[in-house]
Design a protein around this ligand. Sequence first.
Ligand code: WAQ
Ligand code: MG
Length: 256
Amino acid sequence: MKGETYYSVRMRASQNGRHEDGGKHISGGEKLTPFDGLKHTVNALLEKGLSHSRGKPDFMQIQFERVNEPIRTIQPLLIETNEADSAEKGQELAKELISQAGVPRDMIEKAFREIAEYSRVRGAVLFDIHSGRRIDGRKDKGVRVSRMDWPETGFEEWAAGCGMPPNPRMKEALAVAAKVSGHPAVVAELCWSDDPDYITGYVAAGELGYQRITKMKEYGDESGCRIFFVDGLIDMKNCIDYLEKQPVLIQSGGEG
Ligand code: WAQ
Ligand code: MG
């Protein structure tokens, strides 16, 4: 795996024009593959964007580029599933978990009050746990974590080992979460989908692991959430560079 040349593949799809012209975000995806996996990867992203519960896109961009930086391998986070029978209880549990990860309670409340506003963002919001402010400065674009993947065979073995179905959505979320929690400035991540047909979300952090919560919103709701709670005293340029550019493969038994 190491030593091989990898390619970063990215897709974004929108409706009623491009994202930057005010189009509605439909789908995005980012993967990392060797050259001989490019065709399959591009096709998988095309399929993902074309058949999406948020709607039919009228703009899509898929691009690939060679990755020149050395690839880091990161271990998957421990995974746990927490049942919640209402969105309210799911979100309360999420707050509790984020607080266990080290985010002050008043900052968590502040972030939750701003979630509706953040849901327009098509990447992630970086929320400073000291000032209670959004500090990525990326407006509606947010920060898109890219250049990470979990090779299918490794993922399937891991999933079988924890008795989880090898669900591609969960694989993507686990890859994002493992990469994101690998940066020292990130204290916790909060996520749920903007897809109207998917209501499970999660809180993730290094020590806490990947804590799935089975209900974070109602079916039919198209507002998602992705907030990285960060320690704003740590160099944010370095953090954003890592999230966007550092190539990472998830691998059980990796350096962690
Ligand atoms: N980088 C930054 N933000 C992203 C990325 C990324 N690579 N991918 C998605 N987002 C943001 C963006 O704002 C989306 O609107 C939002 O997150 C939700 O993305 O069962 O499916 O891909 O364990 O819709 C989690 C639970 C599912 C999976 C999350 O998110 C499970 C999900 P979606
Ligand atoms: Mg989505």
